[in-house]
Design a protein around this ligand. Structure first.
Ligand code: FAD
Length: 486
């Protein structure tokens, strides 16, 4: 029996050329998968495709500007990109008519789908498309410089009250952005246009609303603590409900330390004098299901949101919200729904619409019960749009290990029914790029864009000033300067 390094050498020798791997998406899932595959398989070439000219997915476009320490993972991704066996192809969207998946399938041995979750879930209630009603995804994308949402221009100065539907960490990120002192935000990489709008904002009261009770809130202790420490912002909630849920759920809480810690922060806060001070406020509203958004009849802007009040049913560990048939309205001028991101299907791979994921076993794509040779998935597309970067890293490593184990075991990759065949990776796509005017951006190009962002930020004492438009990113690179490093 050969050991795994002998098997790896054997598989490499049989192939007689590098294993050609395409990774679709340059967020944490793509980079961590690439990192591990480069480590596991010496004779490999990895091409990473990214729709935008700039890499790093939600690390750049999701993580809050005032959490710079989280963004340090970009240094790790830079390291991965220095490996000679790795090529970044930014500004290349996979899956459309210009670059269909079939073109990748004929030029690569394996494809890793790690393109994240680029849509959001809707409330499906009347009034959801009124002006100043946005998804958290677009609002976060707006303040973080995501080109699709550069022109969002939310109206923050016609109202003093915002409602955020959903009680996860993204909801708290947004509440913090709306209520933080502007001088704190000035030192972050928040985009200049968002900073300008936030500096003129009249929003003073933010309601963070959930269908169920306090024990079902999905945010974590660190984010809640941060929210409680915002200067000049008092905290409101239904103290009676909180106390009764804590008393009823005492046994359950003893079994879950993170939840107990979270609840102790709320408990401490309702007993503290801070709860009464500050001219701004944030409120945790429980037991409310939005039923409609009410427009102002004079200008069609948002005037209020109506909720059906709920009661809780079932044991503490699986509480359900049951509508009571009673309704209340809350006046507000800005509504953000933060009820989850959603992945979309790509033609040519199995996709489970009900769970919004690519079906897989340890990262290997499944068609029904059968493994699909050469196709893998990682990150939010693999397991659904939840979890932090560390969760995504572990999940990406699992996918990379599955791919490497298939390689070592000599399992067939893409189109290998009749033998290994020649695969040349992105070299085989050059004509298609030319024909369809696709202009790939290399990692060297990206570092040039990033250098300009650092320089622009320095002038204002910010870590960087992001380019918010694709054309501005590309303008940094004159045609002569384009080093596609292929
Ligand atoms: C608002 C927000 C704040 C967060 N804050 C934190 C935090 O503070 N700390 C933390 O640890 N985690 C945080 N997270 C979670 C973290 O961002 C995710 O765990 C992680 O980014 C998921 O990685 P991913 O690679 O699966 O997806 P993404 O990061 O979304 O990467 C997917 C990439 O694929 C690209 N892409 C999409 N379609 C295509 C295509 N067809 N062709 C080519 N490329 C494509 C996208 O442009 C994107 O770059 C936050 C998430 C959100 C939404």
């Amino acid at each position: 029996m050969l050991n795994s390094s002998a098997m790896r050498a054997f598989s490499t020798a049989i192939r007689g050329r590098p294993l050609q791997v395409a990774v679709i998406g340059s967020g944490p899932a793509g980079f961590y998968t690439a990192h591990r595959v480069l480590k596991d398989i010496p004779d490999v070439k990895i091409d990473m495709f990214e729709s935008l000219p700039v890499p790093h997915g939600l690390v750049r476009f999701g993580v809050a500007p005032d959490h710079p320490e989280v963004k340090n993972v970009m240094n790790k991704f830079d390291e991965v990109a220095t490996d000679d066996r790795f090529t970044f192809l930014g500004n290349v969207h996979v899956g459309g008519k210009d670059l269909p998946l079939s073109a990748l399938k004929s030029n690569y041995d394996a494809i890793v789908f790690s393109y994240g979750a680029s849509e959001d879930r809707r409330l499906n209630i009347p009034g959801e498309d009124l002006p100043n009603v946005y998804s958290a995804r677009s609002f976060v994308g707006w303040y973080n410089g995501l080109p699709h949402h550069r022109e969002l221009m939310p109206d923050l100065d016609s109202t003093d009250t915002a409602v955020i539907v959903g009680q996860g960490n993204v909801a708290l990120d947004i509440a913090r952005m709306l209520l933080s002192p502007i001088d704190v935000l000035r030192k972050t990489d928040v985009t200049d246009y968002a900073l300008d709008a936030l500096s003129k904002s009249r929003i003073k009261h933010v309601h963070v609303v959930g269908r169920r009770g306090p024990l079902q809130a999905a945010f974590t202790a660190k984010e809640l603590r941060e929210q409680m420490k915002l200067p000049g912002v008092r905290f409101n909630t239904d103290v009676q409900l909180l106390q009764s849920e804590l008393a009823n759920g005492a046994e359950y809480l003893n079994k879950s330390r993170p939840l107990k810690r979270l609840m102790s922060i709320l408990e401490k806060e309702i007993g503290s004098p801070n709860i009464l001070s500050g001219d701004k406020s944030w409120t945790l509203d429980f037991l409310r299901s939005p039923s409609r958004i009410i427009p102002d009849s004079t200008n069609n802007n948002v005037k209020a949101i109506e909720y059906e009040l709920n009661r809780l049913d079932g044991p503490t560990e699986s509480r359900r919200a049951i509508g009571t048939g009673q309704f209340v309205t809350q006046e507000c001028g800005l509504i953000l729904r933060s009820i989850g991101y959603k992945s979309i299907a790509m033609e040519g791979i199995p996709f489970d619409e009900s769970s919004g994921r690519v079906p897989n076993k340890y990262g290997k794509v499944l068609n029904g019960q059968n493994e699909v040779p050469g196709l893998y998935t990682a990150g939010w597309l693999k397991r659904g749009p939840t979890g932090v970067i560390a969760t995504t890293m572990n999940d990406a490593y699992e996918t990379a290990d599955t791919l490497a184990a298939d390689f070592v075991a000599g399992k067939p990759f893409l189109n290998e029914v009749d033998g290994i065949g020649q695969k040349t990776g992105s070299q085989g796509l050059l004509q298609l790029f030319k024909d369809n005017k696709i202009r790939p951006i290399s990692y060297v190009d990206w570092k040039l864009i990033e250098k300009m962002e650092f320089e622009a930020g320095q002038k204002f004492g910010k870590p960087r000033e992001k380019f918010g438009r694709v054309e501005d990113m590309l303008a940094v690179l004159s045609t002569e300067d384009l080093k596609t490093s292929m």
